[in-house]
Design a protein around this ligand. Structure first.
Ligand SMILES: Cc1cc2nc3c(=O)[nH]c(=O)nc-3n(C[C@H](O)[C@H](O)[C@H](O)COP(=O)(O)OP(=O)(O)OC[C@H]3O[C@@H](n4cnc5c(N)ncnc54)[C@H](O)[C@@H]3O)c2cc1C
Length: 297
């Protein structure tokens, strides 16, 4: 399925983003491959909960995996399509009394985006449970990579260094009881209250990655950025590593705020924070300039 001039704003967790020239929604791996072979430069996205899309839109093609959503349980192994929501998968694993995906309950990613990011929370992450991933590689087609091929480390995987698209992932879980799994999920969710904004305050999760041995939130807090406001965006008062769209923020507002946050930490601690949030755009010169400075493109 192809939509032209697709208004992506309603899909992104930041509620920001202009028109996408060509937006594809393949319903299977085979369809995905057909599209990417025709559009080799397409940007691949899942649930758009970690992407700032430019308010000026994007002139190229985007493939959204949300319709690649098959789920198959086989004993303690679950195979899920790239577009499956992590929250849905963790709830199904709870029903099957399988533990390992409790962390997914806490944030709005898709399986593909979570593998790409090696997403994690509360002491669990993708790298701990992934057995293998089916990945599209431009030079080889669809291949299966084992966990050890994925080059996982903190919030990164091989897919960030090579143009690999995640199509499906296989996770190995362990038998547990509903009570134990539910308890861990509840702990994850209650920990977040007041420490992370819910999606009723449009945001994109952590803005910057934690530098080794430190916390981006602590550095930003001490650099005095809480409450800082540019245009329609501000730094959340409860945690300095989150930016909230107050309703009418543009992508340039967000990037300008990120630039200011980055500069304040650099000035005070001589530490260059690296963005965790990703960027899709490139038409607006001011945005491109900030993105280059922050190593976002
Ligand atoms: C309120 C909130 C809380 C959050 N808390 C956490 C947290 O605790 N821990 C955490 O790790 N993250 C957290 N996040 C961030 C985000 O949910 C994760 O990074 C998630 O993994 C992104 O998944 P997605 O499907 O939304 O990816 P997208 O935002 O769609 O994409 C993110 C990146 O992954 C790439 N990508 C997406 N799908 C694929 C694919 N199939 N193949 C190849 N590349 C792909 C995109 O190109 C992009 O570069 C939070 C976000 C929000 C809004």
């Amino acid at each position: 399925m192809l939509e032209t001039d697709y208004d992506i704003k309603k899909m992104t967790s930041f509620r920001i983003g202009g028109k996408i020239a060509r937006m594809y929604f393949p319903a299977s791996i085979e369809e995905f491959v057909e599209i990417i072979e025709k559009e080799p430069d397409a940007f691949v996205g899942g649930n758009f909960s970690n992407i700032l899309v430019s308010s000026d839109g994007y002139d190229g093609a985007v493939i959204c995996t949300k319709r690649i959503d098959t789920i198959k349980f086989d004993g303690n192994i679950v195979t899920a399509g790239a577009g499956v929501r992590g929250t849905k998968l963790s709830k199904l694993a709870l029903e099957k009394e399988l533990s390992g995906l409790e962390f997914m309950i806490a944030f709005p990613g898709s399986v593909g985006g979570e593998v790409f990011m090696n997403a994690g929370a509360h002491g669990q992450m993708i790298a701990d449970v992934l057995k293998s991933a089916r990945v599209y590689c431009p030079d080889k087609g669809v291949v299966t990579l084992n966990n050890s091929d994925m080059e996982f480390s903190y919030r990164t995987s091989i897919c960030q260094r090579k143009p690999y698209s995640v199509l499906e992932a296989e996770f190995v879980l362990i038998s547990s009881t509903k009570d134990n799994i539910q308890e861990r999920m509840d702990e994850n969710l209650s920990f977040r209250q007041n420490k992370q904004p819910s999606l009723t305050l449009p945001n994109c999760g952590s803005t910057f990655r934690n530098p080794e041995g430190d916390s981006a939130g602590r550095l930003l807090d001490e650099a005095g950025v809480k409450g800082l406001k540019i245009g329609g965006a501000h730094v959340w008062e409860n945690h300095a590593n989150f930016i909230i769209n107050d309703g009418d923020a543009t992508s340039l507002d967000i990037l300008s705020l990120m630039d200011e946050m980055h500069s304040r930490v650099k000035d005070k601690f001589n530490i260059e924070l690296k963005p965790e949030v990703r960027y899709l755009g490139g038409k607006n010169e001011k945005e491109v300039e900030i993105c280059r400075k922050l190593n976002l493109i």
